[in-house]
Design a protein around this ligand. Sequence first.
Ligand code: DON
Length: 351
Amino acid sequence: MNRSLKVRHLFRTWRGMIAAVAILVIAVSPAFAQKKSKASGGADYQGAVNAAYAKLKDLKEGKNADYIPALAEVDPNIFGIALVTADGKVYTAGDLTSEVSIQSISKVFTMALVMEEQSPEAIANNMGVDATGQVFNSIVAVEQYKGAEMNPLVNPGAIASTSMVSGATRDAVWNSILNWYGDFAGRKLSVNQEVFKSESDTNQRNQAISMLMFAYGHIKANALQATDIYTEQCSVSVNARDLATMAATLADGGKNPVSGKQVMTAKNVPYVLAVMATAGLYDDSGKWLYHTGLPAKSGVGGGIIAVAPGKFGIAVISPPLDEAGNSVRAQKAITEIVARLHANPYAVSPS
Ligand code: DON
């Protein structure tokens, strides 16, 4: 190699190395990460999540549920936010390691399992898909229409849904439910045994509700076994990211956008979301939809999920609840994030 060739070769090698280093530096810089998150539909997801966290991290309103004694013992300061986009990107703030019991959020996924095994009509025909306007464990709501004209997200409809899951034995039904939830979360989930025991010892009202639903023909057999499995499903332990991934699976037509698994049939998802929009926050469902426009579900463990179809699933955990049994901080955080992201599907700019 003559001298000028050698210099050109060296220059090319150096140029290549410099270019590679420059690409690496840009790729790991916060500015690039920010730009990349904005690339997801043009929305600044991380900015919205951070802003809600900063605004609400010191809020101390509401009170842990205590009618299930173990829930009164949960740290009220837990506050975690996770947002998972329909293309599988994850944005978080706050506590991502603490877990709470899933409680009523489980009802969404058991309803989805029944739709998948039987049909959306099986749910509509059995307990109905209408709001009760009553608290989630209302016996008056059962009596009013003999267990019909309600929905699978209040306790009577939820226990009836659990009774509809197929399986020859209790274990078979339970494993099917737990694995199903795990597919939505993208990891194997487990039960908080302390919460399960605590609720099992104090769930006489749910046992009575299940017997009424049996008496009215909405539960075909083994009503108390259905209550027991329902109680166990409510005790499944989840963090904010698990819940957000479960919500994102509904946002992405039944496909878990993180694991890539098609968990449920896309055509059944709109039925799940419709019931969430109608009854996900119980007697406050109207107020919730009025302010966010998003189907959602709360649990007395302190979690709330919401789904922006085709865009993202979001979850917040924060145990203190309001009078209706919905996490105060989770409602405020999701409302704030939805507003910042302009994610209310009913809000459209005129063409
Ligand atoms: O059956 C119950 O009372 C609880 N396992 C679940 C209630 C619940 O989460 C209501 N949600 N806000």
